[in-house]
Design a binder for this molecule. Structure first.
Ligand code: ATP
Length: 529
């Protein structure tokens, strides 16, 4: 089980060591937006590089893409985002705060539903421990765990949410505490709007993309015509997405601007189940191979009534975030999206004249029906061996980079007692560690700094290194432990005699002596670089 960590400890470590800062902090901060500092940007880049290596570089059947964030508004009409990408919200008439209806709590004394209590009990029980003290602590954790789960609950299908009656007369406003002072529930679209064009007359409403996937579908034909790909093949992309989330919180877990890594893998209908299983396994192993502990990772199959109407299957890779009482949350969704998206875009292309007729008013546009011969439409694929044309099915593994960064951070976070002192460290997998090697002269004299700088200049050609000559060497080790640096090299008196240095391992704190000539090969082997 993950060590129960307070989110505050992670937030404070991130700020103290320059991993992650609140955006616009000097102006009081901007809610739910974060900046990655010097260590954070290296960590995040390493997560992206590891994803790209595994999903694109190491495969013969996946190519990459980098689409623009702003796209033709019809893309969002065809994809369904313009009409359906919404949360159901209600506004408090007293303080005008809007809250997701599924996050509202009742004013009654017991605000948790029986089903929530039962499910949460099961969750806490599965975390083990049976002593009276553990049982009583778990009981008192139930309320907090339910709150955490509610705050992080996934978006609900707007159709399903609207179909359900909502009695808000007993619900409390989380901002001002007023009871039953809500407006009727209304859908709130999560897409950010902006204007394109300098002139009032010809400016047009655009949307910041809420996912990167649609840029891939819109470029399916371009890639097919230029990249000599044959089905089965995938198109992968990493990039920023934006959602005007009603509820944020929990640091970088749910933010309004975030980065996604998405793959659309196109395959022949009938082979989709096999590829779904393939990508489930590949993606799960990616997290494990980068060091996430197996007991903190699981699949959660979506119930049939949770599935989007076009999806044949969907599974989330979940991580047990060790906040509050420990809670499973989505890191990545893997879906069998069938041929829905390409067929929708074929309908969109047929609807383009309505876009001009309505002056681009998406609300007034109804997508044209599907052509009878849609299987041979502009986004179809011709299989020259089988001599047949069809719209491919799509398997979509869709991961959140920032959420993965948070999971890698909390999974790596550790505290231990060393000779009466607390050692804080991040046990990052070497691939993810922002700095791979710290290089220190023991003292600032006797030629040690010169030797250390030479080693630093040589090694930094291969991996991120950090040179530090200030303060006691023990403190320098601790600073690198906290940054998650796997190895430190110290140049000392013996180096001057026999050209060996001390190489210290972050996790075991073991030190070996190694000749300066053998350093590079040894580290490249250990770091797998
Ligand atoms: P959630 O319900 O948790 O918002 P979702 O099911 O809407 O997620 P998808 O649309 O499947 O998410 O997006 C794929 C991935 O993108 C998610 O698994 C998550 O890692 C990431 N993601 C989605 N929304 C956010 C957000 N607001 N902040 C950070 N990451 C996000």
């Amino acid at each position: 089980m993950a060590k129960i960590t307070k989110l505050d400890d992670i937030v404070s470590l991130c700020k103290r060591r320059g991993f992650i800062f609140q955006s616009s902090e000097i102006y009081g901060g901007l809610a739910s937006c974060y900046d990655y500092g010097p260590l954070g940007v290296e960590l995040k880049n390493n997560v992206k590089k590891a994803w790209w290596k595994s999903v694109v570089q190491m495969r013969d059947d996946v190519v990459g893409l980098d689409c623009s964030i702003l796209m033709h508004p019809m893309v969002w009409k065809s994809s369904g985002h313009a009409d359906k990408f919404a949360d159901l919200i209600a506004e408090c008439k007293k303080c005008n705060t809007r809250t997701r209806v599924d996050h509202l709590q009742a004013a009654a004394e017991d605000k948790k539903t029986d089903k929530e209590i039962e499910l949460t009990k099961q969750l806490l029980d599965s975390m083990g421990g049976s002593s009276a003290e553990q049982t009583s602590r778990r009981q008192s954790d139930i309320g907090g765990a339910i709150d955490f789960i509610r705050q992080h609950a996934e978006h609900v299908s707007i159709d399903a949410a609207q179909a359900k009656p909502h009695d808000l007369s007993n619900k409390i406003c989380p901002n001002c505490g007023a009871v039953g002072a809500f407006t009727d529930p209304m859908p709130f679209n999560l897409m950010f709007e902006t204007q394109m064009g300098a002139n009032v007359d010809d400016s047009m409403t655009m949307y910041l993309r809420p996912e990167t996937a649609q840029g891939i579908f819109a470029n399916f034909r371009n890639v097919l015509d230029t990249a000599r790909v044959k089905i089965p093949f995938g198109i992968a992309q990493i990039g920023k997405s934006f959602r005007n989330e009603v509820t944020t919180k929990a640091f970088i877990f749910r933010t309004r601007e975030f980065e996604q890594a998405e793959l659309e893998f196109f395959c022949e209908p009938g082979t989709d189940d096999k590829w779904f299983e393939h990508w489930k396994e590949a993606r799960f192993n990616w997290y494990l191979n980068l060091g996430l502990k197996k007991e903190n990772l699981r699949f959660r199959e979506h119930d049939p009534d949770e599935l989007a109407h076009y999806a044949k299957g969907c599974v989330d890779v979940e991580y047990k975030f060790p906040f509050g009482s420990g809670d499973w949350q989505e890191l990545e969704g893997i879906a069998n999206r069938t041929d829905f998206d390409l067929r929708q875009h074929q309908r969109g292309i047929r609807t383009l004249n309505k876009w001009y007729e309505t002056n681009g008013d998406l609300a007034k546009i109804e997508l044209s029906g599907e052509a009878e011969d849609y299987q041979s439409g502009p986004l179809s694929y011709f299989d020259d061996q089988q001599k047949k044309r069809y719209i491919p099915y799509v398997i979509e593994p869709s991961a959140g980079i920032d959420r993965s960064v948070l999971a890698f951070l909390v999974d790596a976070y550790d505290e231990e007692e060393v000779r009466g002192e607390t050692r804080n460290l991040l046990r990052f997998h070497p691939t993810l560690a922002p700095i791979k090697v710290g290089i220190f002269p023991l003292v600032k004299k006797e030629g040690m700094p010169e030797i250390a700088v030479n080693i630093y200049n040589d090694l930094k050609k291969y991996f991120n290194c950090f040179y530090d000559e200030k303060g006691a060497v023990g403190r320098r080790y601790r600073r690198q432990d906290e940054a998650g640096t796997p190895f430190c090299i110290t140049i000392d008196g013996q180096t001057l005699q026999d050209q060996t240095v001390t190489l210290r391992d972050r996790d075991s704190m073991d030190q070996i002596r190694i000749s300066t000539d053998a350093l590079k090969a040894h580290l490249r082997d250990k770091l797998d670089m």
